[in-house]
Design a protein around this ligand. Structure first.
Ligand SMILES: *Cc1c(COP(=O)(O)O)cnc(C)c1O
Length: 400
């Protein structure tokens, strides 16, 4: 028998759950793209996009996913042959490095492995060693969605300042914007990469680059910035079509408008607190399960280094895959695969999964997902410690 009928819950780290309000806002015919309500509505998006990022800087929007966001940042930050220093704490840092390398940018990767935070002393040393200031920008994720490690952005900025290095700081916040606290200007971030399908609760299709005036002046017109990717005409568009270098993503823009309204109504500090509390509930459950089975454990041991929107964990192969299958087919909860921990052809791959608690998620969804996981472990005979659900409920009770 299956108990999966009812509203399913996609608890993977993107695309995230789309609010009904966003879906309803998108349910409309094509608007006029030359004049009228669409043009007026879009004018109001930019101040709200700035406020979500904590910046008074420039915003360029692209029709694209997160990978497009990386290429947009690369194309404007670097000329061909210029150098990037990339911090990797999991698959996403490595993938950003690959995209830069493929575009002809020289890349130095500081790889901290898959479950340790970036060591800022190493970053500072790498910058000090770059006496000729060949490194044009430092690239990092705020939260690497594969390892779920959160990088301390103010600490990174401090390391860059301590080294006295002029490199720009570019941060990929795709998995964390609208979930984890982020303050672009206050933290000295020059370029921010975002996408709409995670904390911003909109179907995949929009990528964003926020960039400081300092970044605009330092980068000039790059030889990599073809007309489609150049951020200048988008950020300073004189005509509506220039905002997307072509037809506007009309339906998505209505969805984004609604999502930004929802973010404004709840308030960023409340959103950050909600994600912190729901993450805490998930972590409390894992601590309890792990106490009864050493094969179970979160990927990041120190909670200070964990992102608040997604938690990567191991269950011992093949139990992570068995549990994911059970949760989806028997209970309507889809958990995330383990990403970048082992190749999909390696039996070890089946020992990893991720639980997302990202975006449009509330206490009953997270507690429900945890209860379903526990039911699955019981049904499948996966040993686990007791008290996980009570521990998660305690965290929710305290945080609410
Ligand atoms: C999801 C994600 C990406 C890639 O986004 P796509 O839309 O899949 O291209 C990049 N970086 C981070 C941190 C992400 O979470």
């Amino acid at each position: 028998m299956s108990l999966a009928n009812g509203r399913p819950y996609l608890a993977i780290p993107g695309p995230s759950v789309i609010p009904d309000r966003v879906l309803r806002a998108m349910h409309r015919g094509s608007p006029n793209i030359y004049e009228g309500p669409l043009i007026e509505m879009v004018a109001g998006l930019w101040p709200d996009l700035r406020s979500v990022a904590g910046t008074t800087g420039h915003v360029a929007m692209y029709i694209g996913n997160g990978h497009a966001g990386w290429e947009a940042a690369n194309a404007n930050l670097f000329h061909k042959g210029e150098k990037a220093l990339v911090l990797a704490v999991g698959q996403f840092g490595l993938s950003w490095a690959n995209s830069a390398r493929a575009m002809g940018i020289e890349v130095e990767v500081l790889d901290f492995g898959k479950s340790s935070p970036a060591d800022m002393a190493r970053v500072e040393a790498a910058l000090r060693a770059d006496k000729g200031h060949k490194i044009k920008a430092v690239l990092t994720t705020q939260v690497d969605t594969a390892s779920t490690i959160k990088t301390d952005i103010p600490a990174l900025r401090a390391a860059m300042d301590a080294a006295g290095h002029p490199a720009l700081l570019a941060v990929d916040c795709i998995a964390s914007l609208g979930c984890d606290e982020f303050r672009m200007d206050a933290w000295g971030v020059d370029v921010l990469v975002g996408a709409c399908q995670k904390g911003l609760m909109t179907p995949p299709g929009l990528a964003f680059i926020w960039f400081s005036e300092a970044a605009r002046l330092r980068c000039g017109k790059s030889d990599l910035a073809t007309p489609y990717w150049a951020w200048g005409p988008r950020a300073e568009a004189e005509e509506f079509w220039q905002l997307w270098n072509g037809t506007a993503p009309t339906t998505h823009l209505y969805g984004l408008r609604e999502a930004l309204d929802m973010i404004h109504e709840e308030g960023l500090p409340q959103i950050w607190a909600r994600h912190r509390t729901l993450a805490g509930a998930v972590w409390a459950a894992f601590d309890a399960w792990a106490a009864g089975n050493p094969a179970i454990g979160m990927n990041v041991s120190d909670p200070r280094h964990r992102g608040h929107s997604v938690t990567a964990a191991r269950f011992g192969a093949p139990h992570a895959t068995r549990l994911r299958d059970w949760c989806e087919t028997k209970a309507g909860v889809t958990l995330g695969i383990g990403l970048g921990m082992a190749p999909s052809t390696d039996p070890a791959y089946h020992g990893f999964l991720r639980v997302a608690h990202m975006g449009h998620v509330n206490a009953h969804m997270t507690l429900g997902a945890l209860a379903v996981m526990e039911a699955g472990m019981t049904a499948l005979g996966i040993p686990h410690g007791p008290g996980a659900l009570a521990a998660a409920a305690q965290v929710v009770a305290k945080g609410a």
